[in-house]
Unconditional design. Structure first.
Length: 183
């Protein structure tokens, strides 16, 4: 018993905690419509994360990951589509999209992060599970990327339509993200 306690203490002592700020961020929302597929992108975000590293530099854990982005920072190729998206997101009353990590587990090789968090879109907060890929870079930064398919109706969003309802978007969108943190 005492040996296990000492091993646990030793493990905690060799782990390093690093609070990181986002250095680079790209988020893309891809969807479909009866006319064509569409895409909206943003690189505007306020984000903080706390990572735990082993003494050898391998990723050991993620204890905090929170981000906020202006919903109207999402931009597509067509400004008319942007306006329809903002109306559907009700950005006048819900100007931000947020994510707050609740739990995370890092694989033993430090390359896969399985996380659960609270995603708030259009004023509706739901628990969401995601799997992300982590890469430790030579410059000591860490890049996290992945994607998640969500249904807009789960967030109280009626999929946008335009041209008097003749063009309708699909209910599901895929959110893809790529973040690089410097610690």
């Amino acid at each position: 018993m005492m040996k296990t306690v000492l091993q646990t203490i030793a493990l905690l002592l060799v782990m390093l905690v690093s609070k990181a700020q986002v250095q680079n961020f790209n988020l893309t929302v891809n969807g479909t419509s009866t006319l064509h597929d569409w895409e909206m992108k943003t690189s505007k975000i306020a984000c903080t994360a706390t990572f735990t590293f082993y003494e050898d530099g391998d990723l050991g854990g993620v204890t905090q990951l929170n981000f906020t982005m202006p919903a109207e920072s999402l931009k597509g190729d067509r400004t008319g589509m942007d306006a329809n998206a903002y109306r559907s997101l009700n950005t006048s009353e819900n100007p931000t999209i947020t994510y707050n990590l609740t739990t995370a587990k890092v694989s033993t090789d430090g390359k896969t992060i399985t996380c659960t968090g609270k995603l708030t879109v259009a004023g509706v907060t739901r628990s969401i599970d995601m799997i992300a890929i982590a890469q430790l870079n030579k410059d000591k930064s860490i890049t996290i990327n992945g994607s998640k398919k969500i249904n807009m109706r789960d967030y109280g969003i009626d999929p946008p339509s335009f041209m008097m309802g003749t063009v309708k978007t699909g209910e599901e969108v895929t959110i893809s993200y790529n973040l690089t943190f410097r610690h």
